[in-house]
Design a protein around this ligand. Sequence first.
Ligand code: 5CA
Ligand code: ZN
Length: 412
Amino acid sequence: MRAWSSPDVPPLPVTGPAVRVHDTASGNLVETTPEGPARMYVCGITPYDATHMGHAATYVAFDLLNRAWRNAGHEVTYVQNVTDVDDPLLERATKVKVDWVELAERETQLFRDDMEALRVLPPAHYIGAVESIPQVIELIQRLDEAGAVYKVEDDLYFSVTADDAFGSVSGFDRETMLEIFPDRGGDPDREGKKDPLDCLLWRAERPGEPAWESPFGPGRPGWHIECTAIALDHLGTGFDVQGGGSDLVFPHHEMSAGHGQVAHPGHSFARTYAHAGMVAYDGEKMSKSKGNLVFVSALRLSEVDPMAIRLVLLRHHYRSDWEWTDDQLWNAVDTLADWRRALALGSGADAAPVVSAVLAALADDLDAPTAVDAVQAWVDATLGTTGLADTSDRDAATTVHRLLDAALGLSL
Ligand code: 5CA
Ligand code: ZN
C-alpha cells in the first residue's frame, strides 16, 4: 500500500559515527554493521483506532535510527506492515457497525497524516497483511515442509519446539512466557495443541469473518506469520534491526524469529532486536483496549505544533517507560519558542561542537535527551542566558537548523 510523503532531509557538513543500539536478544549495546543498505523492519499499527502517543513514540524512536544511519552514510531500506486484518480490528468494526475494510483504511490514512506531521521518514515498503497473503501461504508451506506445522480442527499451528533457538529473542523462561502469552493474543488453553505456546499460523474461515482461499482451505493469516512473511519478502534473512514497542518482545518477535529461522535453517531472522519503552497515561500503559489515549490527530486538530509533540517524545530515552502529561507539551512549546529565537539571529555560538555532540548522542543508542541538551546549551550560549551572547559563528543558525531537521526531525 501507499506509505506517506517524505519530508526533505537536508545534508549535514559531517558524517556521523557508526550507530549502536541496544539488542534485546543479547542484552547488550551492539554496533550495527549494515552490509549494503541498512535493513530495518518495524511493526506497524493495527488500524482500528487513531495514532496515540505510545505509537508516535515508537515510530519516532525508529525514525531516529533511520536518520542516524543516513547521517552515518548508509542507505536505509525500511519496511513497515499494517495489520489490516486481525481480531481486534474485526471486533471494533462489528462494535461500531462499520465495514472493517473502511475502518482500516480510515485509520491508516489518519496514521499517515500523523506521521507526516511528525516528520517521520516513510518506509520504502508499507505493506498490509491482506496484500501479503500469497507470501504468508508460501511461508506456511515452507514451515510445513520443515515439519513445524500441525492442525487443530481446521486451523494451522506452529510448533515452537521446531526452532532450537526459541526463547532467544526475549530470554524469557517458560513460566514467564506462559504468563504473558494469553494477554498478547495467545491461546495456551486451546485443546489439541501440542505445546500451549504454539501459535496460530492460519485461522480457518469462521462465519461472518473475511477469508481468503489457500491450499489449507479458506481462512486468514495469524498475526506473527504476517510480519515474518513481509520482512523476509522485502528484506531477506539476517536484516539489521527488527523493531517495535517492548510489548512485542514476546510472543510477537519471538514467534517471527522462530518462523524465520525454521524456514531458513542456519540463517538468523534479524541481527538485532530493538524495543521502545511503553508510554503511559493516567497511570497505565496507553492502549487502545484500555482507552486511556492521547491522540496525535486530536492535538493536531487543536492547533498544537507537531514539532512540540515530537520534542516531548525526544526528551525521553526511547527505551524508558514514561508517562505523558500535558505539562510536558506546554514546556516543549516554550522551549521551541526559545530555539526559534536563537535560530532567527543568524549568527550564534560555534555550531561545530553541537553538530558532533548531537550526532554522537544519537549514534549511541539513540540518546535523544542528551542530543536535546546539547542543542539547549547552544541556544543558551547564543541567546546569552549564561552571560554574554555568543555570536561568533556567522553560519551557526543555518547549520543548527539543518542539524535539528536531519538528525532529530525537528523542522523549525
Ligand atoms: N500491528 C501490531 C504489530 S505487527 C501492533 O502491535 N499494532 S499496535 O497498533 O498495537 O501497535 C503499533 C506499535 O506501537 C507497536 O510497535 C507497539 O509496540 C507500539 N505501541 C503500542 N502501544 C504503545 C505504548 N503505549 N507505548 C509505546 N509504544 C506502543
Ligand atoms: Zn509485527
